[in-house]
Ligand binder design. Structure first.
Ligand SMILES: [Zn+2]
Length: 228
């Protein structure tokens, strides 16, 4: 069976990505990073998603790097997570410095080691929060770096980065997840990571909007749920 790495955060997008890889018949090797997020809830949800798909191995990596360097509302206690923010083109405080490049680099190493031919990552260029490392140009450039810097192509098993959500709206991502039977009830998207999702951070706002536009009821609980 052909193998695929999935960068799995336990959020909506990465779980839908997982469902896409599953629908294509890949043996799934999810990789989850505990990188100093404000809470451990994401990692717990990722474990449930991996279990749902009966993955042979779920690699969970504790990398203290982002915790050490801070400079993001997601990893530093000194920066508040913005709420009810007007989402625009500015790079938000929740941007983690060059995070996707670090995650992808590790995923490429893992793919080489186990002979996986794909790496699925749930980056999204439309309804995204303004993160530069989610842009299509970045993914394209990174793919070139993988082709040049990994041993996989010479061994006859090149590694392709797959971004099935890249040009989808949040509503389309929700619909795709429903179509693929993704366990959306196991996902969390909230930056605040409480028992219930906050409903007001950027990530909750985008998620709620997506479900509403898709005409699908969001199966998770919210603290401050308002029809937006
Ligand atoms: Zn939230």
């Amino acid at each position: 069976m052909k193998k695929s790495i999935v960068i799995l955060s336990g959020g909506l997008d990465s779980t839908v990505c997982m469902s896409v890889a599953h629908s294509k018949g890949y043996e799934l090797y999810p990789i989850t990073f505990s990188y100093g997020q404000r809470h451990s809830r994401e990692v717990e949800q990722a474990k449930k998603v991996a279990k749902y798909y009966s993955c042979a191995r779920h690699l969970i990596l504790d990398i203290g790097f982002f915790r050490e360097i801070g400079a993001s509302a997601l990893t530093s206690q000194e920066i508040e997570v913005p709420t009810n923010r007007h989402i625009d083109d500015e790079i938000p405080l929740t941007y983690v410095p060059f995070r996707n490049a670090v995650f992808l680099s590790m995923a490429v190493g893992y793919a080489e080691a186990i002979g996986a031919e794909k790496i699925y990552i749930g980056v999204n260029a439309l309804d995204y929060s303004g993160y530069p490392d989610c842009r299509p140009q970045f993914i394209k450039a990174f793919q070139e770096a993988v082709n040049l810097g990994s041993a996989a192509p010479q061994k006859g098993c090149p590694i392709a980065i797959e971004t099935p959500l890249l040009s989808l709206t949040k509503a389309e991502i929700v619909k795709l997840g429903v179509k693929n039977g993704a366990p959306l009830h196991l996902t969390t998207s909230c930056y605040n990571g409480g028992e219930k999702a906050c409903g007001i951070c950027d990530s909750c706002q985008l998620r709620l909007k997506g479900f509403k536009e898709a005409g699908v009821e969001d199966p998770i609980d919210y603290e401050d749920y308002q029809q937006k």
